[in-house]
Write a protein that binds this ligand. Sequence first.
Ligand code: UDX
Length: 450
Amino acid sequence: MANKAPLRITVIGTGYLGATHAAAMAELGFDVLGLDISAEKVALLERGETPMYEPGLEELLRKHVAGHEGSSGRLRFTTSYEEVGEFGDVHFVCVNTPQKHGEYACDMSYVDSAIDALAVHLHRPALVVGKSTVPVGSAARLAARLAELAPVGEEAELAWNPEFLREGFAVQDTLHPDRIVVGVRSERAEQQLREVYAKPLAEGSPFVVTDFPTSELVKTSANSFLATKISFINAMAEVCEAADGDVAKLAEAIGYDDRIGKKFLRSGIGFGGGCLPKDIRAFMARAGELGASEALTFLREVDSINMRRRAHMVELTRQALGGTLLGTRIGVLGATFKPDSDDVRDSPALNVAGQLHLQGAQVTVYDPKGMENARAIFPTLGYAPSAVEAVRGADVVLHLTEWREFQQLDPAVLGEAVAVRRLLDGRNTLDPALWRKENWTFRALGRPTA
Ligand code: UDX
């Protein structure tokens, strides 16, 4: 159709995924209405602020949120589903799907209530697009629910469009996705999504069109593959330690084979965060429900290799301190689950720091962005305003999150602050030669001791 009005977009749920998606849609030129059930969050976003640290996101919000000087005015927020139903042609559902308390399975209650709340306000044809990570089979169930509750009936259509953004690169990953995957049931849904993503498609992002179950599985299998890659190299680190090998060299050498690739082969204390751990567990739980649990039993091993890393780091620290943690002082560099984020959810770094503290060590932590969140979870740990202050008087220093700032630390300066020049690298990103030159006893996971 020529000259038809541009699509109007809504984004339901303005957490990590939703806030980024809403700002990115405005950047792509659309009028966007974001919804959150929390009035506080809406007020924060309207001020151009975010509840989490994500490079470039606040700038992008201020560029588009109505009311900011010089903004495009294309982005607004609300708490009203009625307004969202009236406004939008395409509604993106971006609410979270956490792990259920005490179970592996995924908690679908936020997605379910978002669909229910939206559906009753759909009085004209609309496309509802799920982006949340969900158990396979959810889209088919939600499509039926949508058509049943919406006043327009079958004209309220569902599509699934998984999101692959990485924390720390969320804006970049959303504006320039390395692929766009859509699960659709009609030509119309596909065309509308091509219209939404016209810019990245013109830049060359591949567009994969498939059915509902495959689109849901793409996300969980991609995360399972990444988790497996990390646990694979961490298993090799265990073997290297037993055989006096060097896992960093091993990863470099196998990574030159482009069938293997060098990315996600950095050994250390393992993966954490709000996605990989819970996604592999939810995937196992869902496979069990489908009668395919055998296919994913290897993920149990991936999970336990990963969790073993944390315990191993604690044991190495105990060994380095002559067999006991009691009364020792430990300086910890890093609290977030990865750099360029303030996210401490299931963070291996904070988990290790916590275990050491609970076993009698005096632990002081420094993290460039994660201090506030870490303190909220672990108020009994010590916190220092800089790396040098965190290691002051320490019997051992632990490097647990691979912030660039830590790679630039001066071993001579830190050496003046500590009680003993002893460092354990839990992320394999520090240069052993540099530290050893300044007379540090340097030990890294899966690498030779000297
Ligand atoms: C992940 C997926 O990468 C992303 O595509 C998906 O949408 C959400 O889940 P994220 O949680 O941001 O993204 O983290 P990611 O960059 O994948 O890192 C996960 C964890 O693995 C971090 O704790 C990181 O430190 C660790 N990691 C990563 C390693 O231990 N070794 C590596 O080689 C790479």
